[in-house]
Design a protein around this ligand. Sequence first.
Ligand code: HSE
Length: 299
Amino acid sequence: KKVTAFAPATVANVSCGFDILGFAVEELGDKVAVSLSDEPGVRVVKIEGDGGRLPYETDKNTCSVAVKAFIEEIGYKGGLEIELFKGLPLGSGMGSSAASSVAALEAANQLLGNPLEKKALLPFAMKAEGVACGAEHADNVAPSLLGGFVLIRSYKPLDVTKLHVPPGLYCTLVHPHLELNTADSRSVLRQQVPLKDAIIQSGNIAGLVAGLFQEDMGLISRSLQDVIAEPSRSVLIPGFDEIKKSVKSVGALGAGISGSGPTTFILSPSREVAERASEICQEVFNKIGLEVDLYVSAV
Ligand code: HSE
């Protein structure tokens, strides 16, 4: 018996919500097939689409780390085999490791008769993020698992809630052909935040959440500002400053780093604007002379 599941790419942080906000980008993602095996334990038996770079070892692959923690929790003593089909590029800032572990958990849970509800799978996916990047952050795994826009109100205890998304909100993803390792882009962050920055950041997080619920595109736009992570990270991302400036001129709400980069996300109030923003980004990268993949998706 075999079950296959798909889990979507995600934009984590969404500018001001470092480690606490994220949304799913439904069209892109990873697929994982899990099947029963006579040999006890969890094994990764196939990985496709990663250029031969992801590990097969059970304690290193995010799929098997997550599934192993899950079967330990439910007390399943049998064997499982995992096949991973990567749709997402590695080190892209689009939640690649999260999509793999979430798809694996969903497939394993379904295969074993859904012993846990979706939300209860989160801690196992977070454990896999810890192995992938050294921090058990949930802002990719939670939206990949639950869909839509998600807030992690608290980590201890884990308190996750879905947010309202205004109709017409679109996202453009700009993925330059570069890789940034999340552990590296976390290591450039300052460990202390001055009080004045904490005030600006809190105002923006509250403004973004209020803007989503009130369907107030202007408030969302004003709130897409990050004074904590973006200043240290944006220097690692080619074209970032120019994209941020120029997409506003076509009516986009704003732009920021997707997760830890190098992908940039742009939010727009309609598909038309999102497409126009995508064209502008292509022009910026033509000038820089770097290849880029562009995606437009509803949020
Ligand atoms: N919140 C995480 C970070 C997301 O910014 O490091 C990583 O995709």
